[in-house]
Ligand binder design. Sequence first.
Ligand code: ADP
Ligand code: ZN
Ligand code: ZN
Length: 704
Amino acid sequence: MVLGMAMESELPHEKLKSIRQILDSEPLLPPTLLELLSWASTYYHHSIGEVIATALPVLLRRGLSAAATGEKRYALTDEAHQVPTETFQRSPLQRRLFQAMCQHAEGMQAAALAEVAENWRDAMKRLEARGLIRITEEPCLLSKSADRHLIPQRSPTQEEASATIRAALGRFQCLLLHGVTGSGKTEVYLSVIEDVLARGGQVLVLVPEIGLTPQLIKRFEGRLTAPVAVMHSGLNESERLCAWQAARTELAAVVIGTRSAVYTPMPKLALIIIDEEHDASFKQQDGFRYHARDVAIKRARLEGLPVLLGSATPALESLHNAQQGRYQLLSLPERAGAAQPPVVTLLDLRRLKLNEGLSPPLIEALQTRLLRQEQSLLFLNRRGFAPVLMCHDCGWLAPCKRCDARLTLHRDVRVSREAGSRERPFHQRSRQLRCHHCGAEAPLPVNCPACGSGNLHGIGEGTERIETALARLFPQARVERIDRDSTRRKGSLEEKLRRVHAGEADILVGTQMLTKGHDFPNLTLVGVLNADQGLYSADFRSEERLVQQLVQVAGRAGRADKPGEVLIQTFHPDNPVFAALAHHDYREFGRYALAERAAAHYPPFAHLALLRAESPKPDAALAFLRAAHTLAEALTEAEVVHLMDAVPSPMERRAGRYRAQLLVQAGERKALHDFLSAWLKRLEHEKRGRQVRWSLDVDPVEMF
Ligand code: ADP
Ligand code: ZN
Ligand code: ZN
């Protein structure tokens, strides 16, 4: 990658490389994007080479030229339609393809063909050789759905928010749209996007990993007439390159993408929208650790355009910025249309007896929904059957060999059910122990390895156990479990969501995958099974994350004309976290949590960087960080920052590696960065650093 030219270099001659071949006829990245990447390299203290590599599609990094490519579409030629099927008597594969393509006059792409026959490519070549196939290439844009969605009559608050955003077009400004769940934020986005498109501009929409649901895409498809490109982790490399090209050549007017889409070149970019801006998936947690929201704001500043952050539960940093007047705050305090906020009730577990994780009032509420033919959602943040396996005779707990953690008991219920069939699912059980931290798997022991007893039991509840309990309590109910295990196969999440929307499910059980963005009109009950997880954790952000999760999951209830109810099971009903939830006042929580942050000198009132190290050898990581600490003390730049002691990570051993960390805190951003630059220069020469793997995380989100 040639970034610039110089007539002289400080480096020795033999270290310089010659240009052997020029791959592209024009610069790949526009100057403002290069400027952004170079800023990111400095800000995150990460090498420019790796930063640029993150911004480019893999195929370009491998040296493919940036000439436009598209996805191949195969269709029958006019002559082929005259050919009788009997022609392919002796090659069943060719016949299958031919028949499938007869039914798709518009042609078929690789994914669809692979469903007809896995090894379709050879047969396709033969058909092609006979002159029966026409191949076209097309950019991978969203296909336009025929059914155009109706535009609701926008409320005065929606109109006001849209107008304010519109007025900001053409210059840098950061706007925070705080709208309660179901308040119609997406409507506001769409209305402003339409405006930008009418003026010939492009729009970049960033969404969380999980937020990129088929439903959101359908909504954009159904409403926008302009071409839309989608970028997410599910694309293969040629699809990704294709979408990137479509954006760069202005073929795509709108790009919807996850984190790394923030680096997409868009010559006519006029607006950036970040939906669910509080979401942790905007932070890259390994390699080049950047925060896509913060990079987006920098990009907007460089390119002189507005950036809109939207959320029902804004990050405390963003709320603070709005309070300080750095962001313009827009509010949608009420739900759209006829929908009312759900009624939130706390179920005090100190006085209730649980039946496999479910309290009597919750079971009764589920029963009521089943009678009314309405849907319910049960949320718990633990997949698997039970979080620990314990020996009831000696107290042995199944440990992971490679982590300081317990193994989770899984009892996967593999459901084989024809879509739409009303038959009871066929259960096939396979039991296993799995580590949720390193992925290790182990068979379930028959006897306790410590005392030999056979008295082994799973303790606590995971989503699988709740699913089983529901099948026993409500044999007639159709239960849909949605977690990472049940949606591993490609397309299975889409299929599950489709069943929920089609009314083919009565009770949904799931992890945080279910909490965000979904709009299920017939869902009127949300039950939170273990709200206390995360209440008293070492991470200073855990409470914020808990409230965000609870508000989001509660927001799935009663989104249409039927009122919603939220039941929260907790041992700590007096915790102020729940008060804010019951009052539907997230900003009340924000005020109290920000005051706590200020008192403790945590972000946004201080700036943090975390130096992490890990090694297969015990103590090597800690020894390196201690050396790093000593090095830092000698630096004058260290006088204005605060260095904590190097400590083992909260879960010290993970996947066979011992981990440690060192936190740096500073009142001023500039002081922090001056210190980090000086420190890193020294660290690169620290010999203990060569025996461990270490990395620096600027503005860390996860504290371990
Ligand atoms: P949010 O993104 O804030 O959660 P959505 O934009 O998904 O909210 O809107 C929630 C539901 O309300 C959607 O079904 C949407 O079509 C509907 N909706 C949005 N705005 C209006 C309106 N002004 N009048 C009626 N229904 C609306
Ligand atoms: Zn035992
Ligand atoms: Zn493990």
